[in-house]
Write a new protein. Sequence first.
Length: 528
Amino acid sequence: MTQIESFIASFEERLAPIEKASSEAWWNLATTGTEEAKKELVRTGMAYNELFADRGEYELVKGWYEGRESLESSILRRQVEVLYKTFAGRQGEEETLRRIEELEAEANTIYSNHRGAVGGAETNENELREILRVSDDPALRREAWEASKSVGRKVEDVVRELALLRNRLAHAEGFADHHARSLDLQEIDAVELARLMDGLQAATDEPFREFKAGLDTDLKRRFGVERVMPWHLSDPFFQEPPERGDLDVDRYFAGKNLEALTRETYDRLGFEVRDVVARSDLYERSGKDQHAFCLRVGRSYPYDLRVLANVRDDAYWMNTMLHEFGHAVYDKYINPALPYLLRTIAHINSTEAIALMMGSLADDPGWLSSVAGLPEEELASDLVELAGRRRDDRLIFTRWALVMYRFEKALYEDPDRENLNSLWWDLVERIQLVNKPPDRNEPDWAAKLHVALAPVYYHNYVLGNLTAAQLRRHLEEDVVGGPFYESEIAGRYLQEAVFGPGARDDWRTTVLRATGEPLNPAYFVETL
């Protein structure tokens, strides 16, 4: 134990400054998109990789990991598990690792700087999303949808090469491919996950088919068409619910200060986010990443948390702000007395659970009334439609996540396959019931940033949704006895049961501790 503790203490001293510099470089590239920032991200990424390059150290850590059950200290045992997974994830030839860093930086720059063209003018993602949400002009909608996919052709070759290189590293470590290696590093059993995803697909087949038939009927009537095409939907990837009937959730937030609503939401739970807001970059400008994320820079206390967003006063960005600051409060309230390696989230799906639970408040009638300040009489006529929208949202996202899960699994089985474009559309047609445009043969799959920069990630959103449903039920029925978002008791419970313990335990133990039972998909399925 003394040898292990001594090694970890020494390694943490090397890791801390490089980890912080790498996060800063990522933030600078996302907020500027410059060539200089891209080079710095590659440099810091390689410096980070070099920390794990000593094969002797890796074999030493691997030996401790394999014999970890003999360690009396559960805290030390968990540090060994985290350290080993971190080492294992960075093993490989220096040349291959460098090329991956370069390609990821290149892809990041392309996604940040690319703007599709509509009517001959550069159009950012917020503007494209707005057209698909509100326009009644089918020709304009089609142009906007095609523009939303135009980045795919620019980045396709980069993503294919990344997949090949990631597979090369996986093969060297004895894995079938990068997909299998990623799940192992994430402490997720591939067979168990496949069974879960198959079950969710079966559970959502009939409800989704019924929903989509009704939606298609509405869209055919609205646009006067015989066949609904992707540009008739209100989201480029059909991952979010469309507005139906007279419901217009955007009107709830028109002219509202989304920053203020975010602060108020977390205030009521007893979480301070003003310091995070002050360090964040929340509004649109050229050269900036068009998406949203939360980033922790280093692990020194007080923690440096930042959110990048491109806020407009609509429902999409209200959901996103609540979501990203959900990630932020999780990181912010991790116990700083934990060892350095455990001063982080329990798992990706654990932080996604919090973010998804918080983001879903944007169309929750109780939250809209008590926090967003909408008059109850205004909401009264929307209650049925809002309930339907929340159900639709879960259905639509689950089906979309299934496309991503199955596509990436196939991608890493054979990154060289020539029919990736048709494979993508086969999945979209079969799972999302979205018609492929005639004769279309474009790398639309590459237009999704996650495929390049957050590979083998989407199943964590699914697990996050399952955990969120289970956690919210426990909070409101067993802890608070009412809406969790109104209670500092709920906030303290989250801090003690989820945030504070950090990575002290694995994600399954975290779910058990936070909800009183193992992960149970039934709570989520009931909401469908």
